[in-house]
Each structure stands twice: as structure tokens, then as C-alpha cells.
Design a protein around this ligand. Sequence first.
Ligand code: GLU
Length: 471
Amino acid sequence: MTTRTRFAPSPTGFLHVGGARTALFCWLQARKEQGVFILRIEDTDLERSTPESVQAILDGMEWLGLDHDEGPFYQTHRFDRYAEVTKELLAAGKAYPCWCSKERLEKLREEQMAAGLKPRYDGHCRGGAEPVPGVDPVIRFRNPQVGSVVFEDRVRGRIAVSNEELDDLVIARPDGSPTYNFTVVVDDIDMGVTLVIRGDDHINNTPRQINIYEALGATPPQFAHVPMILGEDGARLSKRHGAVSVLQYREMGYLPEALLNCLVRLGWSFGDQEVFSRDEMVEHFSIDDVNRKAAAFDHTKLDWLNQHWMKTLPAGRVATELRPQFEAAGLDPAKGPALEDLVGVQAERVNTLKAMAEASRPYYEDFADFDPDAAKKHLRPVAAEPLQAIRDTLAGLAAWTPEALDAAVRETAERLEVNMGKIAQPLRVALTGSGMSPSIDLTLWLVGQERALARIDSALGFIAERAAQQR
Ligand code: GLU
């Protein structure tokens, strides 16, 4: 039988990292078994669902590269289908209308709580109740009263729940709108889902859902309830811990490859391997190896993985993700070196693409002032001669390559009988405005010939002016 998994987010917020990890596991298991991955938007909560949130989910999934084979399906497009199945259940006596008032249910709840019992519906309308004029009833599922529900969870192992603990849950509200536990079963049946992977916050729903499958004459799928994600302090991951939305990670300059790599390791491992390409994940992942213990999201590791993937992926791929960061930083990639070249130099110097864009400003944009400390230290009268010498060499250089530039700086230093730093440091400040940049050959290479010469001239002018003031 073909494996069919689905990711079924409710569009009531952003795609958060917990959801993304669930989606990743669903996607991996489907890809691993050459199965089908379905995307279903559970938008029945009309008040809390928003089109922006649907879009954020679709964008997040696309950015992560978690492509679906079927869907996206929208539950709001399927209300007729849920109504039809509700009718079937009513006709078969497997569901019934309930006219109990809010007040009655509230009172019942209070009494049960006072008696130390778990609040549950008492089956008042189960045997057939008098319709209350002017009131639209809810529809309840007739849950079996004896026996128990047993299933083998692929993460949590065997789970057994006595039917005595389950009550007759509402499957349709007075206005006819269906509820989560019902729609999810109808959909998973209609969409042929064979394996439900979801957060373990749903584990208490599963026995109820299994009873509905059985009432509908369907074989329940397999289930795998994955543990939640914790923050570094051990509490459930939330906004308090920083970014939780997947698209926020994009904005902060992380590669999807890095985020996925970080997420796959939350609750799953393969030996002590930390770095996984997408293909390696597909090759080695199995839902059966997912741990039942909650795992903590580690930002330090994410930074490390991000740098790893910035250095390892083809520079063109990294450049694609860098482009939006340039836009956000107000930089024009056309006004400087090719982004691929930049990535090759900068990837080992920063942890994020956002930091890379910031650190690359001098290669795309002229700066107004030298950093005062760096200028004070390096743009002194003694620097004028070496700067002038390297300027003359650079002006005559035919090939602007890192190798030629390295040789030019070296030879100039030898000729003047000074160490390289005497040239490189003032040159660095002249070229970038600051005392920090990649090695001098690469800095020159990125700045480009024309701009380098102009900037050295400005630095020479700055030194001359300073000397004149001191006189
Ligand atoms: N829509 C549910 C949620 O976002 C998921 C339901 C499920 O996977 O069964 O929590």
C-alpha cells in the first residue's frame, strides 16, 4: 500500500517551527517510501482563520521546499461533504441531535468537578430527546460505551483508552458547522491517508477519532504523535524564546537547508551525525526512530548549521537566498561583485545572510566616513608612502584576480622593505572604511579596480589633510 501522509495546519497564525518540523517528518516519510504528501488547510474556524495566515503557511512550505503532491485542500470547501456524512451517521443511529442548553451543560460540569469527576457529557439526549422549539440542536457522535480503543502509535507505542473515559462528542454545531475531530476523520478517509503524523498535543483526540473511523466503516490509519519542541530553558517553545515563525527565520538570514537540518534533529537522530542534506534526510529518516521525549531548539546549533550550509551549498544557491537580504538592507547587487563571488569570500566570516549583506556594504556602496578609530590608527602620515606605492602597482594591474592582487601586495611590501601589514592595514581602512574585512587580496578583489583606486585616493587626501591640520 502506498504511504500517504498529510500536513494539516490550522491557518490561525504563522507557520511556526513546531508545525514545520511536523510537516518535515510527514514529507520525509512520504518521500522515503515513495509515497504521497498531502497539504490540507484546516480552516473551519472561521473566526480565527485568515487568508494571510494561509498565505504564510504556503510561503513557508515553499521556502522550506516541502512540496506537496496533492492539495492544498481547504476544509471550508468541503462543508457539503461533512454535512452529508453527518446525515449518514444520523440515519444509521450513530449520531444524534442534542438539545441540552448551555446552562444545563455548565451545571453538569460544575457538579462533576465538585464531585472530583472528569467533566463529560452524561448522554442526556442519547436515547432520543424532545426537540426544544426554536433551538437548533448540536449533533453528537454516539461513542461506544463499553470496551476500549487500542492502537499502536509509531512513536509512543501501544496506547489503550477505555470508552468509559470518552463521551459523545459534538460533531456539528447548532449552525451545522462541523468540528475538528469529525472533519479530520472524514478528510483522512476521503484522502486515503495511511499515516497520520502530528503533534502529541492531539494524542487525546486519537481514540475518539478511531471510534469515528469505525462508525464510518473505515480502517483507521496508523498514527505517529511527535513530541513538542522546547525552548532552551526547557519550557514549551514560544515567542518568549525568540522567533517562532518560519518566515521570520528567512528574514533573519537563515537558509532553509539549515533550518530543516536543525529541525530534523529535534526528536530524531542517526548515529551522531549532525549535518544532513535533504537527500541524506530522506535516505536515513524513519518515523519509527523518532524519540518520544521532547527536544529543545538550539539557536547556537542553528547558527553553526547555517554557516556550514552557506559554505557548503553551491554559491549560486546561497546567492539566491542572499538577494532578498540585499533588498532589505537597501543594497543593489548590480553595483558590486557577483553575489556568487561574495558568498565564496564571506560565508566563513558570518553566521547569517543578513549579517553577510551588512558586512558587504562597502563592496556595493561608497561610504561617507572612515571609522574614526581605524583611521586614527592606520591612516597616519607614515601610511602615505605605502598607500601611494600600492596604488601605483594596482593602477597598472591587468588581471584583477585574488592571485594577482596577493602578489601585488607582497611585491610592493618587499620593494619598500616593510612587512605586509604596513600596507594591508591602511589599505583595508582605505577600501572599506573600517579595520575589519576579509584578507587584503580578497578585499581588493571584491572592491574592484576602479573603486579601489578612487578610495585609495580619498584615503591619501584624508592623510594629507590631517597632516596639514597638525602643522
Ligand atoms: N489542524 C490541526 C492543528 O493544526 C492538526 C490536526 C491533525 O494533524 O490531525 O493542530
